[in-house]
Design a binder for this molecule. Structure first.
Ligand SMILES: C[S@@+](CC[C@H](N)C(=O)[O-])C[C@H]1O[C@@H](n2cnc3c(N)ncnc32)[C@H](O)[C@@H]1O
Length: 453
């Protein structure tokens, strides 16, 4: 289980023999999703969305499959180590879906409220469905039964090792950027399920009460309980949209005024466009992805907001300079690991470096689209300095016509801990403490406000 290398999708089982035991289809989908995400290094949400129709699950089983897969990625380091330590001769070769089936079962045994016998029995039935893994069914059975017996010890060891669920390159990167204690606090916060935050068009106190949430100092509302979003009051009439509290900060830094022309250069699916449009700005929402822009249009339509929508590559798009520009650049997204734990296991240092090159090109283009006297806000949902602080140090050296417009704590609800020595925003996943661990924290974002002279 030392980690999967990305490769093509696994060929179908040699002798498919489907078992119709209740609960098995959910486990089958979970294991397939885990396998595919690790092999192809693709996003978990998109993978589930793509595989779900074929799996033909009801809502409860679809929810269970998703919970198993998300939990497997949230605790993948603990799970892989616990399985490895119980495989005396290592993971068997040519064993088909053996690893993902054991990973899905271990997620249930160690972390989910699923009866042990169901997790073990269904995994063994699942191993028997493929001739390659069927040969190792008794080995799988022995490993899973040991996990059941030794669960408390596995969990205690994992608790004692803050970085067990964090790949080494990320632990080292956060250690270098923030120091040992903060790096450990970041890793620990990724083990918690994330809260659900919304941005409201107006009156956060009212919506906090109506939805049983808390109004955060920054203006977002945090819901106390997870509920079906589309059924909540205010959703259908477009009073609010889902957006992490940290993700709502960059657009606030632009302090958009009614009638101003603002370009949102990497806009889809439109959370920040919505904030700017709700403030009354004339927004041009640009993105190079047509499918993602379709989602942006649907989101704006529900919210009753408007923007000019442009499909283009922001690196070479030409237009009259704007009063303000927002560049929410594509990035490694390591600041979203708590919400998307697969990111930790699918992104690599090479991705980060490649994306840093793209961010520099997009920043240069954004500079030409900003009027003299105008504001340029650059942000990424990354914890990596290469995509944040270092990117802007290099930008300011290339563009002496820009200077920083430092952020004041009052602009973000007095949260001085989220502002660095340069006056930039640097949110970290363990900040923003709330009533419980699950109601604490926010995404890791970097955001800077630059003024064109
Ligand atoms: C971090 S997401 C944007 C999230 C969005 N701002 C929001 O708040 O909902 C980055 C976006 O950049 C887009 N993108 C990536 N490269 C681009 C490019 N060269 N030009 C324009 N858009 C690009 C991606 O399609 C993706 O939608």
């Amino acid at each position: 289980m030392a980690g999967h290398a990305p490769s093509r999708r696994r060929p179908p089982a040699a002798t498919p023999k489907r078992d119709d035991a209740p609960g098995l289809p959910a486990r089958r989908l979970a294991a397939d999703v885990i396998d595919e995400v690790l092999r192809a290094r693709v996003a978990l949400d998109e993978t589930i969305e793509r595989m779900l129709p074929e799996a033909g699950l009801d809502a409860a089983d679809a929810g269970l499959a998703r919970a198993i897969a998300v939990t497997a990625f949230r605790r993948l380091g603990t799970i892989q180590q616990a399985i490895d330590e119980r495989l005396d001769r290592g993971s068997p070769r040519q064993s088909g879906p053996f690893e993902p089936i054991l990973t899905a079962a271990a997620a249930q045994i160690l972390f989910l409220d699923v009866p042990d016998h169901a997790a073990v029995d269904l995994a063994i039935r699942h191993l028997h469905e493929d001739a390659r893994s069927a040969r190792y069914a008794s080995l799988g059975n022995a490993v899973l039964r040991r996990l059941v017996r030794e669960r408390d010890a596995v969990l205690a060891e994992s608790r004692a090792d803050a970085f067990r669920d964090t790949p080494d390159w990320l632990a080292e990167s956060w250690h270098d950027a923030y120091g040992a204690e903060t790096a450990a606090a970041i890793a620990a916060s990724h083990r918690e399920e994330p809260p659900l935050d919304i941005t409201v068009k107006a009156d956060p106190a009212h919506w906090a009460e109506a939805l049983g949430g808390v109004a955060l100092p920054t203006g977002s509302v945090r819901l106390r309980e997870r509920r079906a979003i589309a059924e909540l009051p205010g959703f259908a009439e477009g009073a609010w949209w889902v957006q992490d509290a940290a993700a709502a900060l960059p657009a606030r830094l632009l302090a958009a005024r009614p009638g101003e022309r603002i370009a949102d250069l990497c806009a889809a699916p439109g959370g920040k466009t919505a904030q700017l449009a709700a403030a009354g700005a004339e927004v041009t929402a640009l993105d190079r992805s047509a499918p993602r822009l379709r989602r942006l249009k649907a989101n704006l339509a529900r919210l009753g907001l408007t923007a000019e929508v442009v499909t283009a590559d922001a690196a070479n798009w030409k237009a009259e300079p704007f009063d303000a520009v927002l560049l929410d650049a594509p990035c490694s997204a390591t600041g979203t690991i708590r919400r998307h734990p697969d990111v930790a296991w699918t992104k690599t240092p090479e991705d980060r470096d490649r994306l840093a090159g793209l961010q520099a090109r997009l920043l240069d283009a954004a500079a030409t689209l900003t009027k003299p006297g105008g504001r340029l806000v650059y942000c990424t949902c990354s914890l990596e300095a290469q995509e944040g602080e270092a990117q802007i140090t290099a930008f300011l050296a290339r563009h002496p016509q820009f200077r920083r417009g430092p952020v004041e704590p009052a602009e973000i609800g007095g949260l001085a801990e989220a502002i660095d020595a340069n006056g930039d925003i640097r949110t970290l996943p363990h900040q923003l403490s709330g009533e419980t661990a699950r109601l604490s924290g926010w995404a890791g974002f970097y955001a800077t406000r630059l003024i064109r002279l």
